[in-house]
Design a protein around this ligand. Structure first.
Ligand code: BDR
Ligand code: CA
Length: 309
């Protein structure tokens, strides 16, 4: 199994992504859950990490990281994820205790201990990863890969130009994308095609386990906003798609290209400017998802979630 550190801001789709990972021990060895500010504040994303472990019935170390972006003011997405980040009724109490070490220090220590082996799966703002890369300049070269849900080759969602995870810490995104580490990016251009439609949500409910019921409830909450704002038939499974592509890279068509992050304040603040057609002639720094088999993705997600309690 591939050793992974899951860094994110649960957040309902982060929670579904982490459940997918925890349900897949033959593919992934989850070394830790590390939390960051994002959809809700750090206290809540960290509490929600423990709730995910309780739902999965697994014991994995947890580390809390940055409670704010590097330079900007923190933003949240409670309209999408509810006030707590996990809008479901009968959630278990968090399982496990949070380690004292800061997430960025944990990432540095672990990647030094296992050079070239560990994949960082980041499904939130990249603050923790950027801090780790700044604490230890050799770290990008020691990272097997950074897999990031964030950015977009086209439209944003938090602003017309910027995707939420990119906008929530554009400077961190820039540090990581320009670090020289191998980065695979799953942006809105593919994740908005991976929808939790009503029939898919019904299938999760029909799994008959608690995880299926909770995921169905979370995704039903989420669907309202997607219907209102985008006219879509379901919520986009952003973070689960990136996680699924760690398990099964063939789910997405990838293209290497130059990606720059706009860090100048203004209309395009936080935009990932993707050189899709190679017009700059600059060397590629990111492998960007440009196509997705959403049917195969949802089959995998459903089968795996069905294994949990
Ligand atoms: C991303 O932003 C968050 O709200 C989701 O969890 C996902 O990581 C989508 O833009
Ligand atoms: Ca997220």
């Amino acid at each position: 199994p591939l050793p992974v550190i899951l860094d994110g801001d649960p957040g309902l789709d982060d929670a579904v992504a982490w459940l997918l990972a925890l349900a897949s021990p033959e593919d992934l060895a989850v070394l830790a859950l590390t939390t960051v500010h994002g959809n809700v504040g750090l206290d809540l994303t960290t509490r929600n990490a423990g709730v995910v472990l309780a739902l999965a019935g697994k014991d994995v170390p947890m580390y809390a990281g940055a409670d704010r972006p590097l330079l900007t003011e923190a933003i949240t997405a409670t309209r999408v994820h509810g006030e707590t980040g996990l809008p479901a009724r009968d959630l278990p109490e968090p399982r496990g205790t949070v380690e004292a070490e800061h997430a960025a220090h944990f990432i540095v220590r672990t990647l030094r201990e296992r050079p070239g082996e560990v994949t960082l799966v980041a499904t939130g703002p990249l603050t923790n990863v950027a801090l780790a890369f700044r604490l230890a300049p050799e770290l990008p070269a020691l990272t097997r890969e950074v897999v990031w849900m964030g950015g977009s080759t086209g439209q944003g969602n938090r602003t017309p130009a910027a995707e939420f995870n990119a906008l929530a810490d554009p400077h961190a995104a820039r540090i990581v994308l320009e670090s020289g580490a191998a980065v695979r990016m799953f942006g809105l251009n593919v994740t908005m095609q991976a929808l939790a439609t009503p029939d898919r949500v019904e299938r999760l409910h029909g799994l008959g386990n608690r995880v299926g019921a909770v995921c169905a409830e979370l995704l039903s909450f989420y669907a309202g906003m997607y219907r209102e704002r985008y006219g879509l038939t379901g919520g986009a499974l952003h973070d689960p798609l990136a996680m699924a592509a760690v398990l099964r890279p063939e789910l997405c068509e990838m293209k290497p290209m130059r990606v720059a992050v706009e860090t100048q304040e203004g209309l395009n603040f936080g935009r990932t400017v993707c050189d899709l057609y190679g017009v700059t002639g600059e060397a590629a720094n990111v492998s960007v998802a440009v196509g997705v088999d959403d049917v195969a993705f949802f089959e995998l997600l459903t089968e795996r979630l069905g294994r949990l309690p």
